[in-house]
Design a binder for this molecule. Structure first.
Ligand code: ZN
Ligand code: ZN
Length: 118
């Protein structure tokens, strides 16, 4: 058994694409991270699946990678961990993965969470 080094940027891109543009087929995932070899793609998907932030829909002809309902906050938290992006300290939304119609009210606080946080 071999362990591949984690490609953080590509894994983050795959996670982001599945949640914002999914469901994605394996082909769709490969287009998101063209720099990865197929084995590395599978490794990234397995890690995301193991972390409980994506799901697999294998009811159709081609398996589809989908978001996992109720786990968006955890998915965003992992995205922030992988990318080091500026994020809301309450909901972990970022500039490219908002929690809805929100804006920054502090460096690490979005407008959607500002009311709850005060
Ligand atoms: Zn927020
Ligand atoms: Zn937000």
């Amino acid at each position: 058994m071999t362990f591949l080094p984690l490609n953080r940027a590509a894994t983050a891109s795959i996670l982001h694409a599945i949640w914002t543009r999914g469901p994605l087929s394996m082909e769709g995932v490969m287009e998101v991270a063209p720099e990865l070899r197929p084995l590395e793609i599978v490794d990234s998907i397995l890690r995301l699946n193991h972390a409980g932030v994506i799901d697999l829909d294998d009811t159709g002809v081609d398996p589809l990678y989908t978001e996992l309902p109720g786990r968006e906050r955890e998915a965003r938290e992992l995205y922030v961990t992988l990318t080091g992006r500026r994020a809301c300290r309450v909901c972990s939304c970022t500039d490219d993965w908002g929690c809805g119609e929100c804006d920054w009210v502090e460096t690490e606080l979005c407008s959607a969470c500002a009311g709850e946080d005060l």
